[in-house]
Ligand binder design. Structure first.
Ligand code: ADP
Ligand code: MG
Length: 614
């Protein structure tokens, strides 16, 4: 047989290699931003269209490239950053593989313009699918501009695989934030579809964190610093009371490179031991400088893990430095018996000017006025505070409504399991009691039911919320004082995607811009004090769920809120509330499973019990 092996043409090899580096628009953003940082830029501007699917452009004022270098930069394994294998152990740059530009040019249409300080004219280059289409001298300022258009235009399968704009955009924001946080001295801007999402001036670490996460973050930060022979640790942690229930603001940078490390995350958590509410996760922005010889970053190009020579020392230094900072800022309990703590001012109050107390009176308040629930509205003029519900009974608002009773009759024709719980069967006279603060044990139609109260309630709420979103809007209870909330740009983007749905389920917003919102109304059954945690959880669930379309988005929203709003186990319920819960459950379309497919109850017929007693 004749020889059959042949070398793949370069452009095919490049396309295969590109799969490793360029997974989605955010990967291109990361590579271009890092190249600009490596080129010593002081200002880097990112312009994105359609979540990077049509355009990703990075313009920097760095070193620029000569004409030959501009051409070479797009060859595979072409780099100015290392020359020999030894250099791998002494890296001071983000890039070193010389693969990124070649990979990007293999799967997109690329236009480059670059000029060095000394050159009179710059070079302009157009490349498509690894082939140079045009090269010209051009007038351009010192630095480099790379525009990547129509990513994956030549690999339709990859292009179809991209997620919705909202999701891709979120990944881009994540990458942008990581690079911007790692390099506070560099100015950054980020424009998406002609609106400027970030405008970050050259700053110090604290200012940069605040620039990205919002002005309110400033007072939540506690500085950390420690210098040993082996590492220099600096950065900020968040005061324990501001820890969130969900991940999202945990940043480690090693030699200015963003990394993930569950081991070091554990060290931070260990330092907070005893100071945190249940299951809260502290936010942190920690910069670790170590000798590049003692770390190995020579791993997969898109991975963010790193190997340290002496991980244990870093763990110990980090834990003790954070503990020390928490103690120093009087966050950890101080054992100072001589001090009269009555005179202490809290850290936040300390810096604020003293002002006379003021009273705000609502002149429209009429104690005899009967509250009528209003339709939620995003029309902000409709903001006249009305008295919130004095009672917070969980079920009063969800008394069986006419249409619900009607649809419950469906159970007559439903499969056997549901037939047991026909509407008629669930009369007021059902016998039930609560067990262990978690279950309701009920005797229904000769069956013994053990119902998980939290799951039952989350099913009821889930169906209610989906109905509000898809059929008719839910009532909204106006807050006496609007609630101000601020988010990071990334989180705000996520919430903007579901803002309409939030209005339909009973929220009303007086303001929705600049990463801030003023909540003037909330759904009945929701407590004002739970709102912050609820939004926190919602953002985390939306991040994890990665919705592909509107329905999925609403589904994740309803699941997240239902779980959050549902009564918790441990909550003692009156007999009336237990009855109501059972009633409501069996008027649901799907009373047996939660929206996340968990069983809501188990049941035993008397034969089952007799069998067990044999
Ligand atoms: P790497 O960053 O791993 O070296 P890249 O493919 O990202 O590989 O870039 C190849 C080379 O192109 C870099 O080593 C650098 O010399 C040059 N280069 C890329 N982007 C820029 C830029 N924005 N400014 C100046 N030079 C650049
Ligand atoms: Mg690079």
């Amino acid at each position: 047989m004749s020889d059959i092996i042949q070398l793949l043409p370069d452009h095919v090899a490049n396309q295969i290699a590109a799969g490793e580096v360029v997974q989605r628009p955010a990967s291109v953003v990361k590579e271009l931003l890092e190249n600009a940082v490596d080129a010593g830029a002081t200002q880097i501007n990112l312009v994105v269209k359609d979540a990077g699917k049509s355009l990703i452009q990075v313009v920097d004022d760095g070193l620029g490239m000569s004409m030959t270098d501009t051409r070479l930069a797009f060859e595979r394994h072409a780099t100015s950053k290392i020359k020999s294998a030894e250099d791998l152990f002494n890296l001071h740059t983000k890039g070193f593989r010389g693969e990124a530009l070649a990979s990007i040019a293999a799967v997109a249409q690329v236009q480059v313009k670059s000029k060095t300080e000394k050159a009179d004219v710059g070079t302009s280059l157009q490349i498509e699918a690894s082939r140079v289409k045009e090269q010209q001298a051009c007038v351009t300022p010192k630095g480099t501009s790379i525009a990547v258009k129509n990513l994956f235009y030549n690999i339709p399968a990859r292009r179809n695989f991209l997620k919705s704009d909202a999701v891709e955009q979120r990944h881009i924001i994540d990458e942008f934030q990581r690079v911007a946080l790692a390099h506070p001295k560099v100015g950054f801007s980020y424009v998406h579809n002609s609106s400027e999402l970030f405008h970050l001036k050259s700053a110090n670490f604290r200012q940069r964190i605040v620039g990205i996460l919002g002005a309110k973050t400033n007072e939540k930060l506690v500085p950390v610093e420690e210098q040993t022979d082996y590492i220099h640790l600096k950065g900020f942690i968040i005061k324990p009371e501001f820890a969130k229930k969900t991940r999202g603001e945990q940043f480690f940078f090693v030699n200015n490179r963003f990394i993930k490390s569950s081991y070091l995350h554990h060290a931070v958590n260990a330092a907070y031991e005893g100071l945190m509410r249940d299951k809260s996760i502290p936010s942190y922005f920690l910069y670790i400088d170590v000798d590049p010889k003692t770390v190995d970053i020579n791993i997969h190009p898109t991975k963010t893990e790193i190997k340290f020579e002496d991980e244990h020392s870093i763990y110990a230094v980090m834990r003790s430095a954070i503990k020390h900072s928490l103690g120093q800022f009087q966050i950890a309990p101080a054992l100072d018996f001589d001090r009269d703590t009555d005179f202490d001012t809290s850290y936040e109050q300390h810096k604020k000017p003293i002002s006379n107390p003021t009273i705000q009176v609502n002149r429209d308040y009429n104690p005899f006025e009967v509250e009528t629930p209003r339709k939620a509205t995003s029309n902000f003029s409709n903001h006249k505070p009305i008295i919130p519900n004095a009672w917070e009974s969980l079920y009063t608002d969800i008394q069986p409504q006419k249409d619900k009773v009607e649809h419950s009759s469906k159970f007559l024709n439903a499969p056997l399991e549901n037939n047991l719980f026909q509407h008629e069967a669930i009369s007021e006279s059902i016998k039930c009691f609560q067990f262990n603060g978690k279950f309701i044990v009920a005797d229904i139609n000769d069956k013994l039911l053990v119902i998980d109260q939290h799951r039952a309630h989350s099913r009821i709420l889930y169906e209610d919320l989906m109905k509000s979103i898809t059929l008719d809007a839910a009532p909204c209870q106006q807050l006496l004082f609007p609630l101000e909330m601020e988010f990071s740009s990334a989180d705000f983007q996520i919430l903007t995607d579901v803002q309409e749905a939030l209005v339909l389920i009973g929220f009303s917003f007086e303001k929705w811009e600049d990463n801030e919102t003023l909540i003037s109304g909330i759904p009945s059954h929701v407590k004002e004090s739970d709102i912050a945690a609820m939004f926190d959880q919602l953002v985390a669930d939306m991040r994890l769920g990665i919705p592909k379309n509107n329905f999925e988005q609403n589904d994740i929203l309803a699941k997240s809120l239902a779980k959050n709003m549902a009564i918790k186990s441990g909550r003692i319920l009156s007999t009336e509330e237990q009855h109501d819960l059972i009633h409501q459950l069996f008027t649901c379309k799907e009373p047996t499973k939660t929206a996340t497919n968990q069983n809501i109850f188990i049941n035993f017929a008397h034969q089952d019990l007799e069998h067990k007693l044999l």
